[in-house]
Structure formats: structure tokens, C-alpha cells
Ligand binder design. Structure first.
Ligand code: OXD
Ligand code: MN
Length: 591
């Protein structure tokens, strides 16, 4: 076995890599340094092995296509485990397994699993370099695709080893694709050990351990004990024509438009307004010395959903993926470009689908997998915030919770205070999407969009959110949005995309105390005159439907929320009980 570890001084790291190698028996160990030379070398190797297919350099310079195993195309929530000594610490929303048994079982699977393969040692930093938020992870992987993706998604290489120094405080991620057999696929988190072992999958959310595994599941656990929050939230800055920027963090379940909102291009009539992206998926939030909530995006790239991304839905994402991007499971055109459903162009003749098969519109199946992705460096984004690398992060003035709901939830609601906002987040529901395996389109409760990502007991997580308030002297206002409400014929009531700017502007105006709102038993809603609707062609009746609170729908919603909280054991939280009671009484009085 060759191992270039000679120069590595960190004893804990060297020991751990040696232990993992002893178990998995790779032919070679390659320590990634993050250099350009290394990127070129790994890319050449990935192309030679057929893992990456080069795209046409004239059309997509520096871009590659990867086709995954068709059985491995989304996060596998049913195979994702939180392994804590006590089952109760994982709580009612997580799959649980005992740590010792799980380590033993995985050790059995991992024995010799890297024979004939290379083990890549991928050191990485989450959070801007020099930031008090920053944390180090090391992923050991036998997937060259993972190593190259990690290079985009994190600050990978030398910088991480420098930051780590001789500390043993780093996330230990061990990843092997084994033989991609779903019967031997498990994604296991050991929060007490700051460790993740993921086997049998090469898919992003299962295999890029920096992302969901470390930056959300393990980090939420660390945040609970250290007094901060790791959230499934985008972060954006909204700059007014006067040059004032307000920062907003927004939680939406997977594939509900976080990347689109984070890169939003305001409509024509909003002259001088600009959106800047700080992050599109994950926020780490801490209370600053000023008593405000400060956020960083721990990631350095975007792992976005391709289908539905177009010049109309997200012109900035289309620019972001013009170069130096890895596409996964999209369709390929005969001239070496990419294509997906909802790209806004007709499928060209001679298309090859995500499985590598010839495709035409009669094929009866999408050409790109519905959860096909792009991995692009955040610096490709033309509207990247100048604060994205700021070690202090950005101060958050508003938090938004959003879901995909065909009915019931209005376009936007404002909470009366922090704890009312916590209720919004804890009770939110959304229709499922292709980002996880399983049925698509059924409403499931997804508290704070963290259902698949909270690494500890969700009831403790709610309490943690409540307790944070005690230390926030200047808390953000909290809102709930729903861009997806439909009329009786199934058509969307609100045009969405760029027009969501109108809702963001109302939110900023509410933060600044400049806009009006109407109280309802559920929360504050904007009246027509409170929204800037200049240049928007929407029938008054459709706007009314989009923003209305239907008494019957909400009484049934509250029953479902109450039922859900009971199932979680969260009904004992006095504040939730009070919120439900107040909302019910208010609706009943409305008659
Ligand atoms: C993601 C997800 O990949 O939420 O961001 O599934
Ligand atoms: Mn996500």
C-alpha cells in the first residue's frame, strides 16, 4: 500500500487513517491537498475510468457528467441512522441503532472493501476560513467522484490541515461505496464521537459527508450542546436602492426552491433592488455579542436540483453552471451539452437520458432524473454576496419557514414573536419531493425542514429553539411562506420565482416597521395595499385566495398539528399547547 501521509503531523489523524486503512485495505492512500494540479490529475483519472464524461469544452468549459448507479439517485432516509447510547437521544423522528452493534456490523461490511481501490483522505473546512464558526472534517472515501465533489462543496485540502494543527477535534467521516448494493447501504451518525460512517451509496446527500451528515445532523447535535443552531436554510442579502442590505435565512424542505430564492433576480419593476446569495442550503447560526443572530454558510458550493432550473426560474443558477460544474444524472445532448426537463428549451434530437440510453419525447420517462443535480463552486454565482466569506457571517433580520402546500397555508404569514415563529417552524408541513426515495407529493410534517436532518431528539430541538430566545436581545422576526398554493383547477395562485421578491420586500418592510398587515388567528397577513404589486398582472381574486385563511382548512390543520405533536411527545411543551388553543379560539370566534 502506498501512503503519502509522511508529512502529516497530526497524530490523531494519522492514527485514525491508519486504523481505517487497516480495516478497508486500500491499495493506495491519497491525501488531497486541494491544489489545481491535484484537481487536474483526479479529473483525468475519473475520465479515464468512465466516472466522469467530459462535456463539450466550447459549450461547458471545465464541466463533466456523471451517471450514478440507477439504484442510487437520492438520499435514503430509511437507511439513515442516528446511533446514540440511548434511543431517546435520537428521538421520535430518527431511525436509531446502538453504536457498538452498528460499528461492529459496518466493520464487517467494510473489511477489505477498498482492496484494489484508492482511499482519498479529504480534509475540509466548513465555514469561512478564519471564522469562529469554522469546523474541520476529514472524509475518507473510495470514491473519486466524492473527492472531486467535496473539492467544490467545501474548503478542501491544505487549509483544513493547517486549521486543524495538532487538534483531535474533527469530524471523522468514513465512506465506502462497497458494491452499491441497496441491501448493504447505511448512513450512520455517531454524534457522541463526532463521526459518520456511510456505506453502499455514492449519492450526494449520502456520500458527501460534509453536507447533510456533518453540517446538519452532527452539527445540530453540537449546536445543541454548544448553544447555537445548524439549520436547513438558505441565506440571502436583500439590498435596497438606497444600498441598505437586510439578511434573511429561510428553511424549506429539499427541492422546494431554496436555490432559486437564494439567487432571485427581482422583477423589472423593482429597479435598484438586488438579491445577494450567502448560501442556498445550510446556515450555522450563532448569537453575536450584540444579541443578534449571525449566520454563515458552511459550504463553498451548490449541489442544486437541475430539473426546473431555467432562465425564467433561476437565471443566476443557469450562469453558475456554465463552467467548472459536475452534473449528475442529467441528459446529454449529441453535441456534448446537458439538458433537463424544465430547462425552458425543447429537447434536442438525439438526446441520451440519465441512464445513458437514447431518449425521445415518446420514451415515456423523463430524460433527466427528477433529482438530477449540479455541483458548482459558489464563486461561479454572479450574485454571490461579498459577505459570503466574511468570518463573522451576516446578521439575520428575518427567518422564513416555507413548504410546498397546495392548500391551507397562505402566501405569507408573520409570527407575533419568536416563540410564535418557533410554532410556525415546528408545525410546518410540505409535500414530499424526489430528493429522497419514496412516494412524491404527500404532505408530511417537516419541522423547520429538519425532519431528515435533526441529529438528536426533535423535542429537545424545539426546546433549544425556545431557549435561544433568552439570549437574543434583538431576535429576527419570523415568517411562514407558501409559493405553491393552488386553485380548484390545480393552477398555482401565485406566479412565484422573481415575483417572490414582492413578499421578501414586505418582510423587509415589516422588519423596518414600514408596512401594514392584518391580524388573523393564525398570524399577520399582508393586505393588497401592503404589497408592492406594481407591474404584476394578478387578478385581485387570485391574490385574495393566495393570502386567505380558510376557517375549515385551518381547524383541520390544527387538529393534524396537535396529533403530530402528540406523536412526537411535543404536546407537553406549554407554548405549543397555548398556540393551538389560541388559534382555535380565534377561528371559532370568526364563525
Ligand atoms: C439537498 C437535499 O441535497 O436537501 O440539499 O436533499
Ligand atoms: Mn437541502
Amino acid at each position: 500500500m502506498t501512503n503519502q501521509a509522511n508529512g502529516v503531523k497530526n497524530r490523531a489523524l494519522a492514527r485514525w487513517v491508519a486504523e481505517a486503512a487497516e480495516l478497508t485495505r486500500p491499495d493506495r492512500i491519497v491525501w488531497c491537498d486541494g491544489s489545481e494540479e491535484e484537481k487536474a490529475r483526479l479529473t483525468r483519472e475519473a475520465v479515464a475510468r468512465g466516472v466522469l464524461i467530459p462535456l463539450n469544452p466550447a459549450r461547458r468549459p471545465g464541466c463533466y457528467l456523471h451517471r450514478s448507479n440507477p439504484n442510487d439517485v437520492a438520499r435514503s432516509e430509511h437507511l439513515t441512522f442516528i446511533c446514540t447510547p440511548n434511543k431517546d437521544d435520537a428521538g421520535p423522528t430518527n431511525n436509531w441503532a446502538a453504536p457498538d452493534e452498528t460499528y461492529a456490523r459496518l466493520r464487517g461490511w467494510l473489511k477489505g472493501s477498498m482492496q484494489g481501490r484508492t482511499m482519498y483522505v479529504v480534509p475540509y473546512v466548513m465555514g469561512p476560513l478564519g471564522s469562529p464558526f469554522a469546523k474541520v472534517g476529514i472524509e475518507l472515501t473510495d470514491s473519486i467522484y466524492v473527492a472531486l465533489n467535496m473539492r467544490i462543496m467545501t474548503r478542501m485540502g491544505r487549509a483544513a490541515l493547517d486549521l486543524l494543527g495538532d487538534s483531535d477535534d474533527f469530524n471523522r467521516g468514513l465512506h465506502s461505496t462497497l458494491d452499491l448494493d441497496p441491501e448493504r447501504r447505511l448512513i450512520c451518525h455517531f454524534p457522541q464521537d463526532n463521526a459518520v460512517w456511510s456505506v453502499g451509496s455514492g449519492y450526494g446527500g449520502n456520500a458527501l459527508l460534509s453536507k447533510k451528515c456533518f453540517a446538519l445532523r452532527i452539527a445540530s447535535y453540537l449546536g445543541h450542546s454548544e448553544g447555537w443552531l445548524a439549520e436547513h436554510m438558505l441565506i440571502l442579502g436583500l439590498e435596497s436602492p438606497r444600498g441598505e442590505t437586510t439578511y434573511i435565512a429561510a428553511a424549506f424542505p429539499s427541492a422546494c426552491g431554496k436555490t432559486n430564492l437564494a439567487m432571485l433576480l427581482p422583477p423589472q419593476s423593482f429597479k435598484g433592488w438586488r438579491v445577494h446569495t450567502v448560501g442556498d442550503d445550510i446556515a450555522w447560526l450563532r448569537i453575536g455579542p450584540d444579541g443578534r443572530l449571525w449566520a454563515v454558510n458552511p459550504e463553498a458550493g451548490f449541489f442544486g436540483v437541475a430539473p426546473g432550473t431555467s432562465t425564467k426560474s433561476n437565471a443566476n443558477a443557469m450562469k453558475t453552471v456554465e463552467h467548472d460544474t459536475i452534473f449528475t444524472n442529467v441528459a446529454a445532448t449529441p453535441d456534448g451539452d446537458v439538458w433537463w426537463e424544465g430547462m425552458g428549451t425543447e429537447p434536442p434530437p438525439g438526446l441520451v437520458d440519465w441512464r445513458g440510453q437514447p431518449w425521445n419525447p415518446q420514451s415515456g420517462q423523463p430524460a433527466a432524473h427528477p433529482n438530477s443535480r449540479f455541483t458548482a463552486p459558489m464563486t461561479n454565482n454572479p450574485v454571490l454576496s461579498p459577505k459570503a466569506e466574511d468570518p463573522q457571517g451576516v446578521p439575520i433580520s428575518a427567518i422564513i419557514f416555507g413548504g410546498r402546500r397546495a392548500s391551507t397555508v397562505p402566501l405569507v404569514l408573520e409570527a407575533s414573536d419568536w416563540s410564535h415563529g418557533v410554532f410556525f417552524g415546528a408545525s410546518m408541513g410540505s409535500e414530499t419531493t424526489a430528493a429522497a426515495t419514496g412516494k412524491v407529493g404527500v404532505v408530511r410534517r417537516d419541522p423547520m425542514a429538519m425532519l431528515p436532518f435533526c441529529g438528536y431528539n426533535i423535542v429537545d430541538y424545539f426546546v433549544h429553539w425556545h431557549e435561544i430566545a433568552g439570549r437574543l436581545r434583538n431576535p429576527p422576526k419570523i415568517f411562514e411562506v407558501n409559493w405553491f398554493r393552488k386553485d380548484r383547477d390545480g393552477a398555482f395562485l401565485w406566479p412565484g420565482y422573481s415575483e417572490n421578491m414582492r413578499v421578501l420586500k414586505w418582510i423587509v418592510d415589516r422588519v423596518e416597521g414600514r408596512a401594514g398587515a392584518e391580524p388573523t388567528p393564525i398570524g399577520m397577513v399582508p393586505r393588497k395595499e401592503d404589497l408592492n404589486l406594481a407591474g404584476l398582472d394578478i387578478a385581485p381574486d387570485r391574490l385574495r385566495q393566495a393570502t386567505s385563511i380558510d376557517r375549515g382548512e385551518w381547524l383541520s390543520e390544527l387538529n393534524q398539528i396537535e396529533e403530530y405533536f402528540k406523536r412526537l411527545g411535543a404536546d407537553s411543551l406549554p407554548d405549543f399547547e397555548r398556540r393551538i388553543k389560541l388559534a382555535r379560539e380565534g377561528l371559532e370566534q370568526r364563525g
